[in-house]
Design a protein around this ligand. Sequence first.
Ligand code: FES
Length: 215
Amino acid sequence: MGKKINLTIDGKKIQAMEGDKILWAALENDIYIPHLCAMKEQQQSPFAGCRLCFIEIEGKPRPVAACTEPALEGMVVNTRSESIDRLVEAGFNLIMSNHHIDCKICAASGACELQKIAKERKIRLKPKKLVQLDRNLPKDHSKDCIIYDPNKCVLCGRCVTACRTEGTAVLGLAYRGFERMVTTFGDIPLGETDCSGCGSCANVCPAGALIETDN
Ligand code: FES
């Protein structure tokens, strides 16, 4: 078992277990750091794909991802600075330029991580300077208990991990570049796979792409 260490985040002195990732140490102490792809259960092998959890650590030459950086004794961490805010805003805008925004009718509205990040960091949900890239992919209603809307997927990979660890491993990331998406093997509808309908994918989806229905 690890030992407790002391560190400072945004001027607040906190304690954490040595080696725990700074993201979780901060969140447990009510210090918000934007994050989409990180899952606490997976902190030993973080995916680090969303690039929203940037922080600065005194003594390090450039920003690092809080979800991959282990907490060490005496660390001094800052979650906000001009360059961090710029990096986070740029990353968030890129994600949002590819996210179908329909908050007024979205079932995830109110519990959506994208709304939370926008509010916390005072960033517009709809990027001003980037063209909205709507892919108009069909929604998958084939499974009675889950609706999958790939147009809202932010490619964080949480559902893929959850499906592998708690479900029947039917979800994966496929294709490259702009075509990249979460889909099933062979790109077949969820209802035609071995999906058990456990809902673990919808439970971890931060953006309303996977929604559990009442069925
Ligand atoms: S939460 Fe750290 S890169 Fe996504």
